[in-house]
Design a protein around this ligand. Sequence first.
Ligand SMILES: CC(C)(COP(=O)(O)OP(=O)(O)OC[C@H]1O[C@@H](n2cnc3c(N)ncnc32)[C@H](O)[C@@H]1OP(=O)(O)O)[C@@H](O)C(=O)NCCC(=O)NCCS
Length: 179
Amino acid sequence: MADIPQLLRLINGYASEGIMLPRTEFEISENLRDFSVIHCGELVVGCAALHIYTPTMGEVRSLAVDAAFHGSGAGRMLMDALEAEAQSFGLQSLFAFTYIPAFFAKFGYTEIEREAVPLKAWKDCLRCAKFQCCDEIAVIKHLNVEHSRVSDTHMEGVATFPQVLPEDPVLLPSIRKSH
Ligand SMILES: CC(C)(COP(=O)(O)OP(=O)(O)OC[C@H]1O[C@@H](n2cnc3c(N)ncnc32)[C@H](O)[C@@H]1OP(=O)(O)O)[C@@H](O)C(=O)NCCC(=O)NCCS
């Protein structure tokens, strides 16, 4: 819960630029267990949420990295963590709505018709300013179904971040489930 103010700042900063959906304190609280966050000291520098819709399908939502950390590998760390988490739940595919399909392509996502994702995923669209003129692109990745069940070790093997270590070890970034 202590992360919520910083998550709101991060996500709604980009939402004000029109590149992400805004989130309210209520929504983040309700879905907090979906979130993985990257901390750098006390600072939340990145976040992403795995939202499950069906027994086989989940969505990557609210992916955001603080602008000061762009290009640091934080985005990759979050994508890898969410994919590992999705596999640990036995999901078969992950989708996202995005303006940057090229970023998702780096992780094996391909473009699909928006109509191909579960209807429930459209619930966010109802209150979006672009409801009548949506220009987001739907992307999907089919996961390796040969998943292994992991519990609290699903973050192992994610990309190394950052490439340059800070001098103060307290500021060493680490990723964990939000709480
Ligand atoms: C998209 C975002 C999360 C990427 O985070 P990041 O920490 O800069 O990403 P990384 O440094 O881990 O980059 C991983 C790879 O993606 C590439 N990449 C990063 N941003 C990209 C973009 N906008 N388009 C295409 N590729 C991109 C990097 O070059 C890198 O590729 P490489 O491994 O071949 O060198 C970050 O730019 C962001 O928060 N953007 C604003 C919010 C947003 O658009 N969120 C997505 C909502 S769907």
